[in-house]
Design a protein around this ligand. Structure first.
Ligand code: SAM
Length: 285
């Protein structure tokens, strides 16, 4: 167990459903700090009461975060340690905390993350989509036009695209995806770590059919994961049509024999057949 000086801010991940997911270290830190800054104090009071922890709570949410910086900094200066928690999962990940952590870091305060659950990584770890590179886009804009624009910006990205979604907008989002990314494999992770945890997969139109057939599937909290765009190289290879390639070879002055070898290499098939086609296409000299 490493020594942490007094006056430390701990950024503590809490469960996103299943209370067993709170780590022993997180429980120990919550037990040891002088006070806890929480997104919604009433909500967090329930978690703390479940853990048998009673600490002074201080609200820190998107509307008061900037005003809380000096207060919390003064506690740290006085040698108190503080835990920052959000309603669920890892603070700062689509949750309050960024303004506080940025300000305290610029003041050289000691900040220690206590890692744990995050819906993003939990969803990716169970989805079966590539995870070597991914883009996390947070929440999509609520308005249709802005949402369309954001999706368009990501259209050509090869990374798996991940965003958070609420039950009110899941259908509208899938409709937008059906229009803008109709062929892409999508995985919906719903109610992670909870009783009705579900992974649904398919292209957007298939997922819309599933949700229409069973409205329960549209309830709860979602992580939406979309397979990336095919690699640019694949697109280029797929988009070369035979005729264009052969014509380009001839236009560039490549001989029939060499052209047949190049075509067989790039497009497959037998050199003899490409040779015959190039012979037929060759302008009379
Ligand atoms: N800080 C949190 C984290 O670490 O994942 C995210 C907070 S964000 C305000 C809430 C969103 O996270 C939800 O709308 C949903 O998209 C996602 N989320 C949170 N809990 C979830 C769960 N149990 N199952 C699926 N998605 C969840």
């Amino acid at each position: 167990m490493s020594y942490q000086p007094p006056g430390t801010l701990y950024v503590v991940a809490t469960p996103i459903g299943n209370l067993e997911d709170l780590t022993p270290r997180a429980a120990r830190i919550l037990e040891s700090v002088s006070r806890i800054a929480a997104e919604d104090t009433r909500h967090s009071a329930r978690l703390l009461s479940h853990l048998g922890i009673s600490k002074p709570l201080l609200s820190l949410h998107e509307h008061n975060e900037a005003h809380r910086v000096d207060t919390l900094d003064a506690y740290l200066e006085a040698g108190e340690s503080i835990a920052l928690i959000s309603d669920a999962g890892t603070p700062l990940i689509s949750d309050p905390g960024f303004i506080l952590v940025r300000a305290l870091r610029s003041r050289n305060r000691h900040i220690v993350p206590i890692p744990g659950v995050c819906a993003l990584t939990a969803a990716l770890s169970g989805a079966g989509l590539p995870t070597d590179r991914f883009i996390f886009a947070g929440f999509l804009p609520a308005k249709a036009g802005a949402r369309r624009q954001v999706l368009e910006n990501y259209q050509k990205r090869e990374e798996t695209l991940v965003f958070y979604e609420s039950p009110h907008r899941i259908t509208a989002t899938l409709e937008a995806l059906a229009e803008q990314m109709p062929e892409r494999p999508i995985v919906l992770a719903r109610e992670l770590t909870k009783t009705f945890e579900t992974f649904l997969q398919g292209v957007a139109s298939e997922l819309l059919d599933i949700l229409a057939a069973d409205p329960n599937q549209a309830r709860g909290e979602f992580v939406v994961m979309i397979g990336g765009a095919p690699a640019a190289r694949e697109v280029r290879e797929q988009s070369i049509d035979d005729e264009t390639l052969l014509k380009t070879l001839l236009d560039e002055g490549v001989g029939v024999k060499q052209g047949a070898a190049i075509a067989a290499n790039l497009l497959g098939g037998r050199k003899k057949e490409w040779y015959a086609r190039l012979q037929m296409m060759k302008p009379d000299s």
